[in-house]
Write a protein that binds this ligand. Structure first.
Ligand code: ADP
Ligand code: MG
Length: 305
């Protein structure tokens, strides 16, 4: 199978609004509705750096889409189109079919459509996905808007994805945690719902503690983080104990959840949003367990150090 047949077979153009010209020409032509700003992001995943080679290909695809949709959600953008750079060591039709199906279903669920890409050979599976979303002018939520007095909130159950990856890597089984890792939910809906409440937002793919540090630096403020309010899931605590679960929630990474600040929130917090602290003047993170100050430091996930 040559590259062109591969593209035709596994990456046919799906229908969606705004695609003037999709997969098959030299480049895609897209119609942007008047009055919107474009929001773009790109994420790369390399075999054995970002995912174990043994991970089912559909789950690799789901995580690739989720990582990118998570960046768009953290800006409160509406997902629209994506481009895939696919580099594989060989043409393995079963692997490609499963990968393409995972990509299609995750894209459909996330409201985004593949409109092009590039296909090439590489020593290990190397994937890049570039996404384009759109947002009402001036309404993108950045990392830089947190102010002293804001509440600090997180969505979902941080730590579950890292717990799932750890169980998988050790050859164990834990359906709930594995699903959190392999079938991450995208928080676009939540971000769109709360965008007028949020003063700053970031996704916590590199770990809550490290990503909180980035939000605080960008905003020029500090946080008091209540470790006793971290929304640890029951399966995570059952598998790793309270202290292990807390550590995974703070430093595990791989969660495509939102961490955000807000001066005021709706009276009823949306389903799985938890207030985990407060923004204060100064810099850095003060961790508390109840009223006690806890010594905790972690730089987050760094590729180069
Ligand atoms: P070129 O040689 O001009 O780069 P390609 O052969 O790489 O063209 O791509 C042909 C068409 O197929 C383009 O529309 C491109 O966007 C699309 N394409 C290539 N690889 C992929 C892929 N993995 N997924 C989706 N579309 C792809
Ligand atoms: Mg090309």
């Amino acid at each position: 199978m040559d590259e062109f047949e591969l593209i035709r077979r596994f990456f046919p153009q799906a229908d969606a609004d705004g695609i003037v010209l999709g997969i098959g020409d030299d480049a895609a032509v897209l119609e942007v509705p008047p009055g919107y700003q474009l929001v773009q992001a790109l994420d790369t995943m390399i075999e054995d750096v970002h995912f174990p080679a043994a991970l089912p290909p559909a789950d690799i695809a789901r995580r690739l889409v989720a990582a990118n949709l998570s960046d768009l959600a953290a800006m409160a953008a509406i997902p629209r189109w994506m481009l895939l750079s696919l580099a594989v060591p060989e043409v393995d039709a079963n692997w490609l079919a499963a990968f393409a199906e995972g990509l299609r279903s995750a894209a459909r669920a996330g409201g985004i459509t593949l409109v092009g890409g590039d296909t090439t050979r590489a020593p290990v599976v190397s994937l890049s996905l570039q996404v384009t979303g759109m947002v009402e002018p001036g309404e993108a939520v950045t990392r830089g808007g947190a102010r002293a007095g804001d509440g600090l909130y997180v969505s979902g159950h941080p730590g579950d994805a890292a717990g799932g990856l750890r169980v998988f890597a050790e050859g164990g089984e834990n359906e709930a945690l594995y699903r959190a890792f392999a079938h991450p939910v995208c928080r676009t809906g939540l971000a769109r719902e709360l965008r007028h409440h949020m003063s700053a937002a970031i996704d916590i793919s590199d770990g809550l503690y490290g990503d909180l540090g980035k939000l605080l630096s960008a905003s020029g403020v500090a946080a008091r983080l209540q470790l006793d309010r971290l929304p640890l899931s029951a399966p995570l605590v059952a598998a790793f104990g309270e202290a292990g679960a807390r550590r995974l929630a703070l430093t595990g990474g791989d969660d495509y959840e939102l961490l955000f600040t807000a001066p005021a929130m709706p009276d009823r917090l949306p389903g799985d949003v938890t207030r985990i602290g407060d923004i204060v003047a100064g810099d850095g993170i003060e961790c508390l367990d109840g009223d006690d100050i806890v010594d905790f430091r972690d730089p987050g996930y760094l590729h180069f150090q």
